[in-house]
Design a protein around this ligand. Structure first.
Ligand SMILES: Cc1cc2nc3c(=O)[nH]c(=O)nc-3n(C[C@H](O)[C@H](O)[C@H](O)COP(=O)(O)OP(=O)(O)OC[C@H]3O[C@@H](n4cnc5c(N)ncnc54)[C@H](O)[C@@H]3O)c2cc1C
Length: 289
């Protein structure tokens, strides 16, 4: 079993480099370990949070109560042509490179996304017109009654940056995901990968972040609205609305979760006043706020 620690700073486990202590923290490499720690937490009545790479969350400065389990259960298997099954802790970008290098099309857009496959299912991750939900066939979920169920994509409720898991319509931990990819021309796939990487390099900030903070609204990209509201480069402490991309809030070094939250609220307020539009969060706030 992985080593259990108390008061582990979650700043070490989020892409923001922000977040207070976990009451209890453990990283797991196998499903058997995951189940053992779940049982350990449940026996003590602890709230349980499964974290992937922490790249779509803002963890409160006060931390998270209960048991935080970091999912490092990693592995990819192929089944019949183009079908592949992967453990939910597999890095999404590893899976994308793995499939492109085998001439399988459908995940090229995911090469620059820093999360796990499980986190990507929860948020229906996507980029450049691709969505994970478009290639998911089945999701194996460990449900609160302790039973593992295979749920077809139709039961996952995928929508723009959301799913039945994110909305809380389906409870449980995603253990494995089956994807259907199509044979593709390897040269074309690599060209797409290079193009997507170049576009990210040209437009996204390099400082720690959680990617896009807000969803686009029905009429505009959130970054455009924030920029038009004159907020590019606005900072609270070490948290800043990126001068490169206004939908990214970056950590220049010692930002707190409260600093980031203040900028979130500032952007929401100004965009509402100026455009009458509500900016909805794409990232998730976790912990004691
Ligand atoms: C630089 C940068 C660029 C990014 N670009 C994109 C982009 O182009 N497109 C995009 O969609 N996102 C993007 N993101 C956001 C993020 O990487 C994705 O949303 C990613 O899929 C999150 O995965 P994660 O493992 O980090 O999830 P986490 O942040 O660890 O978790 C997110 C949520 O999912 C839950 N969760 C995680 N794993 C499981 C599981 N196995 N079972 C049940 N619940 C689970 C967590 O409890 C939490 O509620 C970007 C982030 C960064 C930092």
């Amino acid at each position: 079993m992985g080593a259990l620690t108390q008061h582990e700073p979650l700043a070490r486990h989020t892409s923001y480099g922000i977040g207070g202590p976990a009451e209890w923290y453990v990283a797991v490499d196998t499903v058997a370990d995951l189940r053992r720690w779940l049982a350990w937490g449940r026996a003590r009545d602890l709230p349980i949070t499964l974290l992937g790479h922490g790249s779509n969350v803002l963890v409160a400065d006060a931390g998270i109560r209960g048991l935080i389990i970091e999912n490092r259960v990693n592995g990819i298997q192929t089944s019949t042509s183009g079908q592949l099954r992967a453990a939910s802790g597999t890095p999404l970008s590893d899976l994308a490179y793995w499939s492109v290098s085998r001439g399988l099309a459908g995940l090229e857009w995911a090469v620059g996304i820093p999360g796990t496959l499980g986190g990507a299912v929860v948020g229906n991750a996507g980029a450049f017109g691709g969505y994970l939900g478009d290639v998911v066939q089945w999701v194996t979920v460990l449900e609160p009654d302790g039973v593992m169920r295979d749920r077809p994509a139709a039961e996952c409720g995928f929508g723009y940056r959301t799913s039945a898991f994110k909305r809380g319509d389906v409870a449980g931990l995603i253990l494995e995901v089956e994807l259907a990819l199509q044979p593709g021309d390897p040269g074309e796939l690599w060209t797409r990968v290079e193009d997507y990487n170049a576009r990210r390099d040209a437009t996204q900030p390099r400082e720690p972040s959680a990617g896009s903070v807000f969803k686009r609204t029905a009429s505009h990209p959130a970054g455009w609205l924030i920029e038009q509201a004159g907020l590019k480069g606005e900072c609270y402490g070490d948290a800043c609305i990126s001068p490169r991309h206004a939908n990214f809030i970056i950590n220049r070094g010692h930002a707190t979760a409260a600093d980031v939250r203040s900028l979130i609220e500032l952007a929401q307020r100004r965009v509402r006043e100026q455009f009458g539009e509500d900016l909805e969060l794409e990232i998730e706030l976790l912990g004691d706020w």
